[in-house]
Design a protein around this ligand. Sequence first.
Ligand code: ATP
Length: 292
Amino acid sequence: VNVFFRPIDKINSVIETYPKGIAGFQRYTALLDTEPDIADAPDAIVAPQLTGEIRYQGVTFGYTGERPILKGIDLTIEAGKTVAFVGPSGAGKTTICSLLPRFYEVDGGMITIDGIDIRSMTLASLRGQIGIVQQDVFLFGGTIRENIAYGRLDASESDIIEAARRARLGEMIDAMPLGFDTIIGERGVKLSGGQKQRLAIARMFLKNPPILILDEATSALDTQTEREIQQSLSELSQGRTTLVIAHRLATIRNADRIVVVDDTGIAEQGAHEELVAKRGLYSRLHKAQHGN
Ligand code: ATP
């Protein structure tokens, strides 16, 4: 059952973290507030529990009529696999991912999940099965418990504790005098960047969606924290179809597949070693970032 969706809470049904810093998701909200076209089809179906096999077939899309951004994307992502999108800024990585929860509708072609056209699903049943983790985490001035439970509003106490444990928030919470009842935010305890990310991850363990979109952090956490977060994210992505919008190459080596996007579309795709050997765009990006 999808407990997230309440009409008033349209954005929050899928963006667990509020868009502040990252351009792509900022644009999402702007759009969600104003875009009247994206609504359930009159005969929309409630999507079944999805396994998450995703297929883009000849997908074309532009934000404005004049300038197409995606000019025929063909891409299949097997259920449970992790695919990382890399490529120059502005190439369309975020755009490709933003079409999946239908923040925008395709102009041409089709996106299916488990063979079902996403346009035929209700938005609630589609977005209820997609989790998004991004850098800027939306926290509200309540207890830690409430902030984690935001991932699934009907979660039981033991579910919340389990999610916190899996996101490795346990130690931090134990160290607080009021534990899960500690108030965070403006008038309470201020969390570090890493702790906020863990909280976002805990929400996702709780939501337990078959599909994840990870918008990789652009601003630096310290190396140790970053490594730990990366570890938690990789645990979170286990068994879920995961789309990573990668801004740095170092973190995506373990993806099952890397999709390199440039302004012509998908320039190349494959595993890390394969792409390095190919001496194409990926190998150039890789060299540029590692300076060798
Ligand atoms: P980055 O690595 O910088 O995040 P990206 O590969 O994710 O880049 P997108 O954010 O998908 O690229 O942007 C692709 C193109 O679409 C860019 O030229 C961008 O300016 C444009 N674009 C993105 N969002 C909008 C929007 N809401 N309205 C108009 N143009 C947009």
